[in-house]
Design a protein. Structure first.
Length: 313
């Protein structure tokens, strides 16, 4: 005879678990009963494991097989006595689980930037309300891309942002950059210059300092390598034609696309931008290396010196 589920109600074990932010739900499917233990389980993870629970990394809850674990959990876990007044819980109690559920049911694309950033912060900041931090980061750096592009010392200035969080954010930024490079390698660069610019905006468009990158191309205008050449200050960066040409020869490249960013958002090429483009072109062409374009990117867009007729000849 199957064991009956524990009785619900204000005095039952389910209500006791609810007082510490935990719920038990049956999972559909299969002949053997399976139950999910959800909520604020982190402080009790050892007890849950000792009682036979298995942590589901993807769904982020504990699974118990065959028998409803409600009574065992209520007997084992430290549960405060019930009071007439509502427990003094922080306002963000249960927020993480609710946000994950909304993301799962409505899709990540429906979340505003600060909630998407909250989800990223959950991975390395435990048992803290990270909503104020997410909003403060977006206010400081202007956008989600700006947060991912922020320098380590800038991120470390926020109280809750420690080394693991910085590494995690940088890893996400690098993953986005690598995905963009993979997409570029699938087609000739010069046939999709807007996609090139979009990739470069992802990589350096939100940087607070100027960076100079070079895309090295093969005979079919395919991407061989996308490399950072130099970093500079908030309003200038140096580029060295001989160094760029030597690197092109090392890679067997026959074409170049230059890219740098303007952190100010003013994408108008300066006299210096046009002059360095001319110098690199003069150094490269005698060796059979063509300079196809120079892109200037920023948080709000990009310009192409070739498309605007400002590429030196």
């Amino acid at each position: 005879m199957a064991k009956e589920d524990p009785p619900p109600g204000p005095n039952g074990p389910d209500a006791a678990l609810a007082r510490i932010g935990i719920s038990v739900e049956p999972l559909p499917g299969g002949e053997v009963g399976r139950f999910a233990v959800k909520g604020d389980t982190y402080p009790h993870r050892q007890a849950l494991q000792d009682l036979g629970g298995q942590w589901h990394k993807l769904e982020r809850y504990w699974i118990f097989e065959a028998e409803n674990p409600t009574e065992k959990l209520a007997a084992r876990l430290p549960i405060p006595a019930e009071t007439a007044e509502r427990p003094n819980r922080p306002h963000f109690w249960g927020h993480r689980e609710r946000l994950r559920r909304r993301a799962q049911e409505g899709g990540l694309g429906a979340l505003p930037d600060y909630e998407l950033l909250e989800l990223l912060l959950f991975a390395t900041i435990e048992r803290k309300d990270v909503k104020p931090l997410a909003k403060a980061l977006l206010e400081r750096f202007g956008s989600l891309g700006g947060v991912l592009a922020a320098r380590e010392e800038e991120l470390a200035g926020f109280e809750l942002v420690k080394f693991p969080t910085i590494v995690n954010l940088k890893a996400i930024a690098e993953a986005a950059a690598r995905l963009g490079r993979e997409e570029l390698k699938e087609r000739p660069i010069l046939n999709s210059i807007d996609k090139v610019a979009k990739h470069c905006r992802t990589v350096i468009g939100n940087s607070a300092i100027e960076q100079f990158r070079v895309l090295f191309l093969d005979q079919r205008h395919g991407l061989i390598q996308d490399e950072l050449q130099q970093t500079g200050t908030v309003n200038e960066v140096a580029a060295y034609p001989r160094q760029i040409v030597h690197r092109a020869l090392d890679l067997g490249a026959v074409g170049l696309v230059l890219v740098h960013n303007h952190p100010s958002g003013n994408l108008k090429p300066s006299t210096g931008d046009i002059e360095i483009t001319r110098e690199i072109m003069r150094a490269a062409e005698p060796l059979g290396i063509a300079l196809h374009d120079h892109l200037i990117v920023g948080p709000g867009g990009h310009i192409s010196l070739r498309q605007t007729g400002k590429l030196p000849r």
